[in-house]
Structure formats: structure tokens, C-alpha cells
Design a protein around this ligand. Structure first.
Ligand code: PLP
Ligand code: COI
Length: 340
């Protein structure tokens, strides 16, 4: 299919309306046959649970054009698993086996003209979400739901592209109450909006959240997990059950070990040891791996030796290998790449 006439290289991380979106509705205990719609607007009752009590969960994955022109997605089975875990926490119905990947395939295929070409620096961001749609005024879950997927072509998440970013240590927590920090729910992100705007106004790209209980351990940022490289070349990422279990992070640990022969470990990381790290990056579907140059801890600056100009050498190797796998330049582990 002929691609849309877009300057792919100049795209940032924004919304652009594409031709089709997917919808399945849940009523009387079952999901309907999915359909593809052309109307990007959603019309719901004013009292829908999603509006009143933010009963909504979402996922994020990308579709890539490979070097040989195929369209692929990266480990969508893990997004399928995670959206069900998120839905269960918000008392929403889960999706039956196979439904999520089938829906992703349908909507990406229908929008294949919007999947940015290989080498353009852009990708098609795929945003599945489930929301409670019937009127609810007492505090309780909805009985009716919509599972939707929208797609939009995107460029880099942080404005400098691959340039290292600056973040600050936050005084607030990202997680919503009830241990829901490790799911992707609308409310978690709404609760972080004040803090992200405040960070941007003060010149920081993101917030570093600490564990809410002791405020001594590194958790994650508003939209990505952390990855550090120690001075002796080991890849370490925070172990915590209140951060989002990033698919990118889990994949990078395996890439570090199996492709790069590095030691890689998930463990508790104290803010106190961060100053001794050689490299720092934020990892996620949107962030890919965005290098962090500097962390501001209440006025005290932690600068990484890799500096503010470019990615550190191990971060760069991880980035090249991961994107190489996603774009079909490097052979992927079994099951990681799902062709559309
Ligand atoms: N942490 C948060 C809070 C996120 O929103 C995201 C983005 O999805 C991630 C981490 C990274 O997760 P993944 O690599 O699965 O995209
Ligand atoms: C993602 O990386 O998919 C995210 O959801 C991050 C952010 C856009 C919320």
C-alpha cells in the first residue's frame, strides 16, 4: 500500500488522526465481534464510569516497517498480558486469549499507509484501551465497556531526539493508591499531570520517582523505566513491584546478556549509588532508550560521565541491538516479532 505523504522525519510524539480505529463492546458478559471504524470520535453518556471515576486502562506498542518492507510489532503478547492485569485491578473484564493480538493486527493492517517507512526515524504508535461506558453514579465498576485501539505515527518522545535529557528527583509519588502504580491506568497518569507540567516549567524533561515508603530507592519516571550501567560495565535496572513492568526493560536485560554478553541484573537501586553509575537511560515503548545526562536532586546535580552530548557506549549498543531486532536487521529471539 502506498504510504501517506508525510514528512516522517519531523514527527514528534503527538496525535495524528489515521484512517481506522478498532472497537469491540462488552455487554451482558461478552465482547462483541470487533469492527474497524472511520469516525475518530467517541460518543458516551455523560455519566459513563470512565468520565466520572476514570475507569480506563491502556497499553502502548509500536508497528515498524522492517528493512525488507514487512510490517511487524514487537512482543504484543506481553501487552496483551499486561492490559488484562491492568483491567483486573480496576475491576474491568479481561480480553479472551487471542483477541488483543487479532485486534492489533486488524487495525495496523487497515492503517498500513500510516506505518512510517524503514529508516524514517518514525513508527506507528498503537494505543489499545478499555473503558467503562455505562452510566454509574455510586462508586462502583461499570457493566458495559469498550475496547478500542487508535494508531498514530510518532517520532521521538523527548524533544531533543537522541540527545541526553535532564530529570529531577520528585517529591511526589507517581503511583495511584491501592498498589496500582504497576498498571497502566488513566488515573495513574492523570495524577502525574501536575508534576510533569511542573517539571517541564522548571526545565526538566521528566521526574525520577522514589519508592513511596522509604524514599531512598529509585523507581521509575512518569512514562518510562530506568536502566543504569555501572562503572564496571554491568547493566542494572530497579527491582520494585510498584513500577510498570516495562516490556522494553525486560527485553533489554535479555539483549544485554544474550546478544552483548554483558552482566545484567534487576535489583534495588538506591538514590545514593546513582552518582557512581557510568550511564543512565530511560526505557519504554515511547522512550525506546533515551539517555539521561543529568539528574537534579534538589539542587545537587548528578552528571553522568557519558555527558550531555551523546549516548554512553553501552546504552548505544543496547539501543542499536534492540532497534535492530525491531526493524528486522538483527535476528530476534523466538516469538518477539509478530508480522502483520
Ligand atoms: N513506565 C511507565 C510509567 C510507562 O508509562 C511506560 C510506558 O509504557 C513504561 C514504564 C515502559 O513500558 P514499556 O517498555 O512496556 O513500554
Ligand atoms: C509508552 O511508552 O507506550 C507509554 O505509554 C509512555 C507514555 C506515552 C505514557
Amino acid at each position: 500500500m502506498e504510504k501517506k505523504n508525510i514528512d516522517w522525519g519531523s514527527l514528534g510524539f503527538g496525535y495524528m488522526e489515521t484512517d481506522y480505529r478498532y472497537l469491540s463492546t462488552y455487554k451482558d458478559g461478552k465482547w462483541s465481534e470487533g469492527e474497524l471504524l472511520t469516525d475518530p470520535n467517541v460518543v458516551l453518556n455523560e455519566c459513563a464510569c470512565v468520565f466520572q471515576y476514570a475507569q480506563t486502562v491502556f497499553e502502548g506498542l509500536k508497528a515498524y516497517t522492517t528493512e525488507d518492507g514487512r510490517i511487524v510489532t514487537f512482543r504484543p503478547d506481553l501487552n496483551a498480558e499486561r492490559i488484562n492485569a491492568s483491567a483486573a485491578k480496576l475491576k474491568m473484564p479481561t480480553l479472551p486469549d487471542g483477541m488483543f493480538i487479532d485486534a492489533v493486527k486488524q487495525v495496523v493492517k487497515a492503517n498500513s499507509a500510516w506505518v512510517p517507512p524503514y529508516g524514517s526515524g518514525a513508527t506507528l504508535y498503537v494505543r489499545p484501551y478499555i473503558m467503562g461506558t455505562n452510566a454509574v453514579i455510586g462508586v462502583k465498576p461499570a457493566d458495559e465497556y469498550q475496547f478500542r485501539i487508535l494508531t498514530t505515527p510518532v517520532g521521538p518522545y523527548f524533544k531533543g531526539g537522541a540527545k541526553p535529557i535532564t530529570i529531577r528527583v520528585s517529591d511526589y509519588d507517581r503511583a495511584a493508591p491501592n498498589g496500582t502504580g504497576n498498571i497502566k491506568a488513566g488515573l495513574n497518569y492523570a495524577m502525574s499531570l501536575y508534576n510533569i507540567v511542573d517539571a517541564h516549567e522548571k526545565g526538566f524533561d521528566e521526574n525520577m520517582y522514589l519508592d513511596p515508603k522509604t524514599r531512598t530507592k529509585v523507581e521509575e519516571t512518569g512514562g518510562a523505566n530506568f536502566l543504569f550501567v555501572t562503572k564496571d560495565g554491568k547493566v542494572v535496572t530497579p527491582k520494585s513491584n510498584s513500577i510498570l513492568p516495562s516490556i522494553t526493560r525486560r527485553s533489554l536485560i535479555q539483549v544485554a546478556k544474550d546478544y552483548l554478553g554483558l552482566e545484567a541484573e534487576e535489583r534495588e537501586i538506591y538514590l545514593d549509588e546513582v552518582a557512581d553509575m557510568a550511564e543512565c537511560g530511560l526505557c519504554g515503548t515511547a522512550a525506546v532508550i533515551s539517555p539521561v545526562g543529568k539528574i537534579n536532586d534538589h539542587g545537587k546535580e548528578i552528571c553522568f560521565p557519558s555527558g550531555m552530548e551523546e549516548m554512553g557506549p553501552i546504552t548505544k549498543k543496547l539501543y542499536d541491538t534492540l532497534t535492530g531486532i525491531q526493524m528486522g536487521r538483527i535476528e530476534a529471539p523466538e516469538g518477539w516479532i509478530v508480522e502483520i
